[in-house]
Design a protein around this ligand. Structure first.
Ligand code: URA
Length: 242
């Protein structure tokens, strides 16, 4: 790939802007030698204004999503893209959330520019379960685990029953829910069907990848190789975290 195209795809500017930047000497190698449009050293040795380039395709990030941010790029309010470098919203291929979280749901959100990987993670057959911690308005009544596990729960305005889901009681008004699919507002609607109301919802794991305790809300980072692998390693049928 040509240098201009690479930088434009990484969101450093339009092709014209990038061309201008290259001609102005903003792009160098790691020795400080100015690069021209036809130079193309290895990605790791390219510098933009002295800084290493953003990671190339395929990019996989985790974000600890705070409350109040939507996962949609064109929402007029605060979006998850406000928490990332502005360039990331301009990447080609597009950097997309791997399954959306509601505006008021917090926790583990993956983003990738790799469409195949995205599909693989969200597809129910991939076996990548998602685990949520829910804080409820009213005490659990005791019937919820059987209802969620039944494979017969049909949400309002839907025809197809939900896949069996897990529920682990963590407190009088707190539970962990394990899903194998991702329907609209699924956890909130499941508790509504059980006569309760979710006050706060946090995604704490995707597959065997748990939200790292050292990733503060609003912060993001690339996944390590082990973390990538963990996504596709289930937590076992109990799905009981730490
Ligand atoms: N279920 C919900 O209700 N909301 C989310 O954001 C994710 C799962």
């Amino acid at each position: 790939m040509k240098l201009v195209k690479l930088l434009a795809n990484l969101g450093y500017g339009s092709r014209k802007e990038v061309q201008r930047l290259i001609r102005a000497g903003a792009v160098t190698d790691d020795q400080g030698h100015v690069l021209g449009e036809s130079d193309f050293p290895p990605h790791a040795s390219i510098r933009f204004r002295g800084e290493p380039l953003d990671p190339p395709f395929p990019l996989l990030l985790m974000l600890n999503k705070p409350d109040g941010y939507t996962c949609s790029a064109d929402d007029p309010g605060a979006t998850i893209y406000d928490l990332l470098p502005a360039r990331f919203a301009l990447r080609n291929p597009v950097l997309s959330p791997v399954g959306r979280l509601d505006k008021d749901t917090t926790g583990l959100l993956l983003l990738t520019d790799d469409g195949q990987l995205l599909h693989k993670i969200i597809h129910p057959k991939s076996g990548c379960l998602k685990i949520y911690h829910a804080v409820l308005d009213r005490p659990l009544q005791g019937h919820e685990a059987a209802l969620f596990a039944s494979g017969e729960l049909v949400l309002r305005n839907e025809g197809k029953p939900l896949l069996p889901a897990g529920l682990e009681v963590v407190g009088d008004k707190q539970a962990r829910v394990t899903l194998h699919e991702g329907r609209y507002h699924q956890v909130r609607r499941m508790f509504a069907a059980a006569g309760n109301h979710v006050l706060a919802l946090q995604r704490i794991a995707i597959g065997g990848l748990c939200l790292p305790a050292d990733l503060p809300e609003g912060e993001w980072r690339e996944l390590t190789a082990d973390e990538r692998t963990a996504i596709f390693q289930g937590l076992g049928d109990g799905n009981v975290l730490g």
